[in-house]
Design a protein around this ligand. Sequence first.
Ligand code: NDP
Ligand code: MG
Length: 380
Amino acid sequence: MVKIALLGSTGSIGRQVLNVARRYPEKYSVVSLACGGNAELLERQINEFKPKIACITDSSAALKIRELPSGVSLYSGENALLHAVTEEADVVFVAVSGFCGLAPTLFAIELGKTVALANKETLVAGGEIVMKRAREKGVRIIPVDSEHSAIFQCLGCRLDAEFEKLIITASGGAFRDLSKEEIAVKKAADALKHPNWNMGKKITIDCATLVNKGLEVIEACRLYNAPLEKVEAVVHPESVIHSMVEFKDGAVLAQLGTPSMEIPIQFALSFPERLETGVKRVNFYEKPLTFKKIDTDRFPCFSLALDAFKKGDNYPCAMSAANEVAVELYLEDKIGFYDIGKIIEYALSKTERLSPTVENLVYTDKTVRRAIYSADISEL
Ligand code: NDP
Ligand code: MG
């Protein structure tokens, strides 16, 4: 029986992790559940899975949870996520979104727990420390993001295998076929209509701006210890090939599947074993598989993300924090599509270079958020 600590249980990934536990109750149990503020869903999950620990960051939302089954302890407040990282777990599944994933991921590593990592912002902001500590502690980090899971599968479920190049595929997002002028006036509601994937709001916007692909290239560099030159991103609108690995002899391996996170999520828990998911099978006669180059003129955020990575130190953290705030503002219809890139550029220009220690990353994250909230966006 694999005991799972699930951080971000109310989200798109988190709910699918619980589907795996439902599908295979004899293989997986849930020892802790944690979320941000969705008390109603968390309460239902607590009653269904009866974890020992339940955590909710928003203290006022916690008050809505009135009745707990016996044996369940409830924690709330800013550090609630850390309580979910319990000694009892075998795997800590980090499916929260944003920078808040860094501290619990590092704590899980300190406890020597295997980490199934969906939360890409953690690797973007703190990838150097996370991977270094994981190596030092001999802790396994298992990628969940579909591209990184695809690469993991092509590399024989290893993070340290040799390769020539990683080729990350991108759907292109909701606006992939529109002109710059058309994209400029698109609202968040349009960006949320992703052509291939059904995901949380933040990542769906990140797909539309292609920030997501920038974050994923960085994530791949961190996970597979690769220089930027060895990672390429290519638009593949059908989202059937989830990523590829090119080897020294010119051979290329790819992992394919219909676009569903159920496979990478379940594989992170079951590997090297493969279990039935019920996912629709690939139909090779349905549509041709096509590839295009990323258009950085229409999608400047892709280059901005990589520029931050090239600058190193705390710049990727600053970029990711700025993007988180910009996406929130775009979702609230307070800024336009191309303001997201302007905000990232502004934040990077204001960032003071610091070495990427945990303290410095927390400081950078806070400072960037404060700087954007106090800036006049129309002046940027
Ligand atoms: P969602 O927005 O659907 O869910 C986010 C989860 O994180 C929710 O459970 C939310 O709780 C919780 N959360 C957010 N902030 C906090 C906080 N401060 N403290 C505690 N919990 C918090 O996101 P997704 O599931 O889409 O994505 C999760 C992560 O996985 C992201 O990093 C994303 O980039 C990555 N990812 C997602 C994919 C997808 O298909 N969705 C694919 C690949 C990667 P609540 O709802 O209660 O506020
Ligand atoms: Mg992905």
